[in-house]
Design a protein. Sequence first.
Length: 274
Amino acid sequence: MPPTRPTVADIRALKGVRQLSMLYVETEDEARAAAAAGIDMLSIIAPIWTPSMREAAGSCFVQVGLLYGELVTTEDYLRAGFDALRTGGDAFYCAAGLPTVRAMADEGLPVVGHLGLIPSRCTWTGGFRAVGKTADSAMEIWAQAQALEEAGAFGAELEVVPDRVAAELTRRSPLIMLGMGAGPHADAQYLFAEDVLGCTKGHKPRHAKTYRDFAAEHARLQQERIAAFGEFRADVASGAYPEEGHKVGIADEEFDAFLARLDPLAPAQKLSGR
């Protein structure tokens, strides 16, 4: 039998016991590979969260990302959360305000909030840069963590904060801290599959680590794709395609019977081009 995927209670029980591995994936192949590799947790955004993605994710615990900005009201988030739950989601990322977090938690939906660098709100913290590098800023993150806990959140993405600050937040809070650029002491280490596979386009975060060069392989495959298409075009132009093996045959007597049934008044037209 396939292994049973972890529950929220299982994930909570691992806090302080061992670190979890977590990947953001976008395709069924990535989800399937993560499951085969034994990755603990996946993050998959709602628009691509489907029954086939759930199947591909296997025994991985899946956090479904509910898109901030596309969802606006608390009712929007509740409906989206229950839709994702029906598809087999295990927890639900929510960057909305505390009343929405509280409403979801009150309905039994395991909610993951966000602390530190929050991309959707980074204008308030000076753009895409580390947060928590001063005592005041670190205390603000701590206050936000306590507020998420009080609202009933199960965990929080802890993004781009100093490692010593992250260690204290993780140690002092019951929230499951999903660290992304937060050092070695968060409850989970969270990376994007595109960074791990070397497919990142544009800026690559400092905390990202590349394990394979898929970009070079994709570039090679694209050149092979272009070459194959060009050879096909040339074969069509020269008559080299289709070859005998690509044709469907017909018995002579059947073909003769077919010809006999064509317009008998214009036999010359029937034979034109033969």
